[in-house]
Design a protein around this ligand. Structure first.
Ligand code: NCD
Length: 648
């Protein structure tokens, strides 16, 4: 059991301003103590565990050095690939176990929101040493500590943040902190690498703070002919220098003249990008010329390191280059943070984290976070997505905010659990949705199909027509099986994946039919596009479902927007490389605006956008009585909901 109070530092905002000041005061003391070489025993008897799921030099070694210097002990897994994580252990289990061995966990992880998960499950305090592209609060403590030391204060300083402001987690924590201390920020992102919306929204809603974003050229003008920020294209043949003269065009909302107190340069966070993003454009290159103008000559140059070409080595000998001091501050500042933790635990001042209740959803599948790097997309089913209402400026938009990675999710369809009706969200529903959240009866859906799968009916439904009866459905399924066999008479190498729920039923019925006709029983799996964990699982007599090198037949009852098929294909490709993938659908509505054309079709039923095709299928074709319930119905949706009538 941890001897420390449960004080987690997941975000820089987990420390209030006076606590940061206290950490700095302690750091001053430790910096002196380190120089004089005295014995420090602040942490004697305590054990810190470092869990690093991503490479690190500075953060890990300075944390470990800090704990040793404090007289504490360190345990660590040299490489998390060599730990049980490689065997598939969940983050929650790992930190629960490690809490039994250590008094404090320092975690670095590639996924956004991982530190929040670890903090929720570990019995001991968790310090975030960088989670995906989200935050890196202890780096910010080092950054602020050095900036204040150099400038004497933080309030009123103007700091230019340059480079990859999208994925740079150190930048995000620094922005929150600079806002808190009343500094001015000028963001100078390279193209496409702007500060993400969720960071801006948090600043606006929690601190009523905003800042200007300028291009490199605009900054040059603002800083008075600043002559040395130039761009290097990543493709060498485009090499071009922009050296200031052309920068007389429009001035953004910052008032010139602008004296800069600091440049904070960052590297391109390649490991978080697709190759397309990496090759997309030019990246900042910063050299000594940037410090030559009257408005920049007082500026210090900061960088969290490592640098990868964006910062010229010629700057290193300039006293204004403080990046190695930032790195060196890692030890006293992290000593101070641990000492503060001990101090706070002793004072028994540990306050419970006040968190707003997450929304309880009444649907079978709560929405999933839209951020592909969110921790909820990688951990097992134990980690339920968790959302709060996002404060949206536009009342016509319903947005939720992921409790782990903070990314917003726009909701298009909402449902009421008692009436089992769903609606396309619009402004008139605001009040109702709030009420449903309070009652715990809100359901949200990503698509009409998902709502229908959940047993919800549209609020307004037009007349319903029967399009196919059971014999016709049976005939269509048979025709699908025949088409498949005609093209692949051997049927070996073929595996069938059905989209849950009706696609999976159809897949099994197809598999049985094919077996009857050819004697070959194809492996069968069900795929759930709404549940990323264990999304593909073998069904009905299939033990192992392999994707690699197989011909995959993806089966669904109807394709509507093509969204389901796209997501299903992506999920299949995540598991391996099939030799080929084909799509079989019972009903083809006519490809309207659908990017995917089914290869095998049971029946064509051209339908308009406002019409819905609903399929009812008995689980197995063995039971002829059940099969007589097979139906294809068509109805139209009358939308959008105009009147403010309640959903009872
Ligand atoms: C940073 C990180 O890992 O986020 N490095 C660090 O901790 N000093 C910045 C980076 O890797 O670019």
């Amino acid at each position: 059991m941890s001897r420390l109070g449960k004080i987690d530092v997941v975000s820089i905002d987990d420390l209030d301003t006076s606590e940061i000041e206290r950490v700095f005061a302690l750091a001053d003391g430790f910096a002196e103590g380190l120089e004089s070489g005295g014995q420090i025993t602040t942490a004697s008897g305590l054990i810190m565990a470092t869990l690093f799921y991503e490479p690190s030099t500075r953060t890990r070694l300075s944390f470990e050095s800090a704990m040793h210097r404090l007289g504490g002990a360190v345990i660590s897994s040299a490489d998390m690939q060599a730990s049980s994580a490689a065997k598939g252990e969940s983050l929650a289990d790992t930190v629960r176990v490690v809490s039994g061995y250590a008094d404090l966990i320092v975690l670095r992880h590639p996924h956004d929101g991982a530190a929040r998960v670890a903090a929720d499950y570990a019995a001991c305090p968790v310090l975030n040493a960088g989670d995906g592209s989200r935050e890196h609060p202890t780096q910010t403590l080092c950054d602020l500590y050095i900036l204040r030391k150099k400038k004497g204060h933080l309030k009123g300083l103007t700091v230019a943040l340059c480079g990859d402001l999208k994925f740079g987690r150190t930048v995000h924590s620094l922005i929150y902190a600079l806002a808190r201390f009343g500094a001015n920020i000028v963001a100078v992102p390279t193209a496409g690498m702007d500060v993400p919306d969720y960071v801006l929204q948090r600043l606006a809603s929690e601190r009523n703070y905003s800042f200007s974003t300028v291009t490199m050229d605009e900054l040059k003008t603002l800083a008075g002919g600043l002559d040395a920020l130039y761009l290097t294209p990543s493709a060498p043949h485009q090499m071009a220098l922009f050296t200031g003269d052309e920068a007389t065009r429009k001035i953004p909302s910052v008032e010139p003249p602008l004296a800069l107190d600091a440049f904070y340069i960052t590297r391109l966070q390649k490991e978080r990008m697709t190759s397309k993003e990496i090759n997309a454009g030019e990246y900042v290159r910063f050299d000594a010329r940037a410090l030559k103008t009257s408005r920049t000559q007082e500026a210090v140059v900061m960088h969290p390191l490592p640098r990868t070409g964006e910062l010229a080595y010629e700057l290193d000998s300039d006293p204004r280059a403080v990046y190695f001091e930032q790195a060196a501050a890692g030890v006293p500042v992290r000593m101070a943070l641990i000492a503060w933790l001990i101090e706070k635990s002793k004072a028994a001042q540990v306050r419970a984290r006040t968190v707003a209740e997450p929304i309880r959803f009444k649907s079978e599948a709560p929405p999933r976070c839209a951020n592909p790097n969110c921790i909820t997309r990688f951990e097992g089913a134990y980690l339920r997505p968790r959302f709060k209402m996002a404060r949206s400026a536009d009342p016509a938009i319903l947005a939720l905010k992921c409790d782990f990675c903070e990314r917003e999710l726009k909701i298009e369809y909402v449902g009421h659990a008692r009436s089992h009706r769903f609606y396309r969200f619009d402004e008139n529903l605001q009040g109702y949705v709030r009420q449903w959240i309070e009652e715990g009866s809100l359901a949200v859906f990503e698509s009409v199909k998902q709502a229908e799968e959940g047993g919800y009916e549209p609020y307004k439904r037009g007349p319903q027509r029967e399009m196919m009866r059971s014999e016709e459905v049976a005939h269509a399924i048979e025709s699908l099986a025949d088409q498949l066999i005609a093209e692949m008479p051997e049927m070996t190498g073929v595996s069938i994946v059905g989209v849950i729920s009706r696609g999976a039923i159809l897949a099994l019925r197809l598999r049985d039919l094919i077996e009857r006709k050819t004697g070959v029983r194809a492996p069968c799996a069900a795929l759930d596009v709404y549940s990323p964990a264990e999304a593909v699982h073998p069904i009905d007599g299939t033990d192992n479902f392999d994707v690699e090198g197989r011909t995959i037949i993806l089966v669904d009852d109807v394709i509507n927007s093509g969204w389901t098929v796209q997501r299903a294909m992506a999920t299949i490709w995540q598991r391996g490389r099939p030799a080929a993938a084909k799509l079989a659908v019972l009903i083809d509505r006519g490809h309207r605006a659908v990017p995917i054309r089914p290869n095998y079709v049971g029946k064509n039923i051209p339908t308009s956008r406002t019409e819905r095709v609903q399929v009812r299928l008995a689980p197995s074709s063995d039971d002829s009585k059940a099969v007589s319930h097979d139906r294809v119905m068509i109805y139209s949706i009358v939308e959008p909901l105009k009147e403010t009538e309640a959903a009872r």
